[in-house]
Each structure stands twice: as structure tokens, then as C-alpha cells.
Design a protein around this ligand. Structure first.
Ligand SMILES: Cc1cc2nc3c(=O)[nH]c(=O)nc-3n(C[C@H](O)[C@H](O)[C@H](O)COP(=O)(O)OP(=O)(O)OC[C@H]3O[C@@H](n4cnc5c(N)ncnc54)[C@H](O)[C@@H]3O)c2cc1C
Length: 416
């Protein structure tokens, strides 16, 4: 059997894998990526957050992505029963990036992968990791190529960025169920000929359709728009027919979409994804670290996936380099706790979204602009800025704010 040697093996060529590989490669250590699929490949997750620009910049990817002329994204618009709440990243509290992109992931991920390859990182496409043996922190990974031929890769360290593949958690039984209820998404790409009906395309729109059912509208620079419904699986069960019939009926039932997306062309048969939330309580071990979706993916509502993927790889990639240089790494404090700070902040916002707490805040008639700028920074992905009270007090702050708004708008003003 063929055996290759590398300092670092990266599993997966998504944003997590390529950012990590680039950072290790810059330090001079050898690194290679194994990727199960052939690129470009479809993946959902098209709305980025400004915080991920820092990770893309450090990985040396920004210029290549700029050349692709993806749609620039300057904020997020929330809509409910005709009411609009606009968040503009330019108004955010944290001193950081004020824009990012809305991307077709097939093109975006291929751009990152091609760029890292040009930097000298080999990528073995259509090659699947099937087994890993650890000997201390050294490892031997078995991979199988598209012709069914197995080979082995010896590495001093593994970065697992395998996304929904969850390679190391599955091989070593590290998976844990998420504390979020299962949800389902039904989505497609549309030829958005009536885009001028909406105040777009320089931001995404999130529409509250019913309690705990929402819609994403993500316009791309090509005139194509990504459209998806997310909610409890039981909600979708009330719509009969195939996925196209279901999506057309859902569009017809939502006043914000009905005219603009009436009889619109779908570029592919609407797809379904469900029960995507999963987690693990170990993001690292002797000889490996998990980055990106493998650590935990919560929910699509605040577009946190690619940002958490790239930021985790930005941090982990640098720690792996230091480990190879001989420094003893405190993975719990230098990695896991930092990632959980970001994940838990988003988790509080996701829960507040589905509980309706954020509806009260987003759609209040009177908005406190300072608080709005602080919440805007969370929506921009700056979930590590502890100077922001809506990051620092993420568990209690939103509830308290919603109660104050409710009191102000419903009780304090009630003359009876
Ligand atoms: C409905 C929905 C909507 C979403 N919307 C957004 C959004 O708007 N914005 C956002 O930021 N995120 C969104 N996400 C999340 C986003 O999809 C992910 O967070 C993001 O793709 C994570 O990147 P990653 O690099 O960790 O994993 P991936 O992009 O999934 O890449 C992992 C790679 O690993 C490869 N792989 C898997 N198993 C193996 C194996 N055994 N051997 C070799 N390679 C392997 C896969 O082929 C894949 O290419 C959404 C998710 C869902 C479910």
C-alpha cells in the first residue's frame, strides 16, 4: 500500500479545511488535504458574516475571493407582517469589518481550495478518510480514492474540517446530540427576475413566516437568488406533494414572497436538509483538533456557520504550528473555551429567535440605537467582543431587553 508522510493532515476542503491548511502551510510545515468530493460541489451556507473576513485575510484568500465579484453584503433585513428591521454592519458597535459577501458556495469553496493549492498545499479530491490510528499524537490515516484504491497518510497532527462528515467524532464515538430541537430546511436557487420589487440585493432578508418558521432570501451578483424555508419538520408535513409543489405552495402562502416569486424558475428541484444540529464535547485530543462544523453547527438563522468554521481554523491552525514547534498547548483554554464563547453567544441568539424574544426586540416601534449597534455586532459575527454587553451578557441580556420593551409598549402606556 502507498504511504505518504506529512506534518499535518487536513480532512475536508471546505472553508474550515482550507483556512487551516493555509495557515499551517505559511509556517513552512508540510500539509495536505484529503477531500471526499470533486470540486466544485454544492453545499448550502451562502451568507457570510463580516468577522469571517479576518480569517480569510489571514489565510491569504481575500484577493482571490474579491476577483470573483460575489455580491457584497452590508447587512441583514428582518421582515414580519410588513414591519422591517434593518441591520447595517456599518452601524455596528465593534470596530471590525463592515461588509462581507453573499456567495454561491460551490464557487466560493472552489476559489479557496484553488488558492490554497496554488500556495503549495496538495489536495487529494474524491478521496475519503475511512480509518485513523493514533500512536500518541502521531497518526496513520487510511484513505480510499475514487477507484477504490486504499493508501495511508502518516501525520504528526490531524485537523478535522470534515463538516457534516464528522470524521473523527464518528470514528471515535465523540458525537453528542444537540440541545436544539430538530429543524428542516426546504430551498432552491431561483432566477429572480422581479428583484427590483424588494430593497435589495446588498443584504440578505429573513422573513418571519409564522412563529418558529422563517425564510431566507439571499441574492447573488448573477441575478440568481437563494430562497429557503426553515422550521419544525411537522410544519412542512402539512404541505403535500413533491418538493417543488411544496415550495411553490409555501411561497404562495407568504405575502412578502407571493408576487415576486410567483411562477419563478427554480434552478434545481428544491432540496431538503434536516436535523443538522450535532455536537461533541471534545474539540481536541492527542494528535487532533476539530474545526468548523464538526465542532458544532447550531442553526442557519444568523449565518454563523462559515464564520465559526473559518475562525476556529484560524485559531486552531496557529496552535497546531506552535505545537509542532514544541510548545505545550492548553487546548481547553486556548481553543475550546474560546470557541464555546462564540458558539454559546450564537446559541443564545438562536434560542431567543425561536422563542420570539428577538421578534419583540427587532420589531419594536422605538429602537435604542446604541443597543441596536451592539446587537448588530453579534449579527456581524463579532461574538468574541466582551466589551459588547450583548455578547458579554448573551444569556440574560436579550430576555431583559425584550421584557423592558414589552413593559414600555404594552403596560406603561396602557391608560387602564
Ligand atoms: C439549511 C442550512 C443553511 C445554512 N446557511 C448558512 C449561511 O447562510 N451562512 C453560513 O455561514 N452557514 C450556513 N450554514 C452552515 C454551513 O453550511 C456550514 O457551517 C459550513 O459549510 C461549514 O464549513 P466546513 O468547512 O466546516 O464544512 P463543509 O463546508 O461541509 O466542508 C467539509 C468538507 O469535508 C468533506 N468530507 C466529509 N467527510 C469526509 C471524509 N470522510 N473524507 C474526506 N473528506 C470529507 C466534505 O466533502 C466537505 O467538502 C447553513 C447550514 C444549513 C443546514
Amino acid at each position: 500500500m502507498k504511504i505518504e508522510n506529512t506534518d499535518v493532515l487536513v480532512i475536508g476542503a471546505g472553508p474550515a479545511g482550507t483556512v487551516a491548511a493555509s495557515i499551517v502551510n505559511k509556517s513552512g510545515y508540510s500539509v495536505r488535504i484529503v477531500e471526499k468530493m470533486k470540486f466544485p460541489r454544492f453545499v448550502i451556507g451562502e451568507s457570510l458574516l463580516p468577522r469571517c473576513m479576518e480569517a480569510l485575510e489571514e489565510a491569504g484568500f481575500l484577493e482571490a475571493v474579491k476577483e470573483k465579484k460575489f455580491q457584497e453584503k452590508g447587512g441583514a433585513k428582518f421582515v414580519k407582517n410588513g414591519k422591517i428591521c434593518d441591520y447595517r454592519f456599518a452601524d455596528q458597535f465593534t470596530n471590525g469589518w463592515q461588509w462581507t459577501w453573499q456567495v454561491t458556495r460551490a464557487d466560493f469553496d472552489k476559489t479557496l481550495a484553488d488558492t490554497v493549492e496554488k500556495m503549495g498545499v496538495p489536495i487529494d479530491y474524491e478521496t475519503t478518510v475511512t480509518a485513523i490510528e493514533f500512536h500518541g499524537s502521531d497518526s496513520v490515516t487510511t484513505v480510499v480514492d475514487k477507484n477504490g484504491i486504499a493508501s495511508q497518510i502518516k501525520a504528526k497532527f490531524i485537523i478535522d474540517g470534515s463538516g457534516y462528515g464528522r470524521v473523527i467524532p464518528k470514528l471515535f464515538n465523540l458525537d453528542k446530540p444537540s440541545n436544539l430541537p430538530p429543524r428542516k430546511a426546504l430551498f432552491t436557487h431561483t432566477v429572480d427576475l422581479r428583484r427590483e420589487m424588494a430593497d435589495e440585493p446588498n443584504r440578505i432578508t429573513i422573513v418571519v413566516h409564522k412563529p418558529a418558521v422563517w425564510i431566507w432570501i439571499i441574492p447573488f451578483s448573477t441575478g440568481v437568488t437563494s430562497l429557503g424555508f426553515v422550521g419544525d419538520p411537522a410544519f412542512f408535513a402539512t404541505y403535500p406533494g413533491n418538493t417543488e409543489e411544496q415550495l411553490r405552495a409555501l411561497i404562495n402562502d407568504e405575502p412578502y414572497l407571493k408576487e415576486r416569486f410567483k411562477n419563478i424558475e427554480f434552478l434545481f428541484e428544491p432540496r431538503v436538509l434536516e436535523s443538522w444540529s450535532s455536537t461533541t464535547d471534545r474539540f481536541y485530543g492527542d494528535g487532533f483538533v476539530l474545526t468548523g462544523n464538526v465542532t458544532e453547527f447550531l442553526d442557519p438563522v444568523f449565518s454563523s456557520g462559515v464564520t465559526l468554521a473559518t475562525v476556529s481554523s484560524q485559531i486552531a491552525g496557529k496552535l497546531v504550528v506552535e505545537k509542532l514547534k514544541g510548545r505545550s498547548i492548553d487546548w481547553e483554554n486556548e481553543y475550546m473555551k474560546i470557541m464555546m464563547q462564540g458558539v454559546d453567544t450564537f446559541r443564545s441568539y438562536v434560542m431567543a429567535w425561536y422563542e420570539g424574544t428577538l421578534d419583540t426586540i427587532f420589531f419594536a416601534d422605538e429602537q435604542d440605537l446604541e443597543i441596536k449597534s451592539q446587537i448588530c455586532s453579534v449579527l456581524a459575527g463579532y461574538v468574541w467582543d466582551l466589551d459588547n454587553p450583548y455578547v458579554k451578557n448573551h444569556k440574560t441580556g436579550l430576555q431583559r431587553l425584550a421584557s423592558m420593551i414589552y413593559y414600555r409598549d404594552n403596560i406603561a402606556t396602557d391608560p387602564t
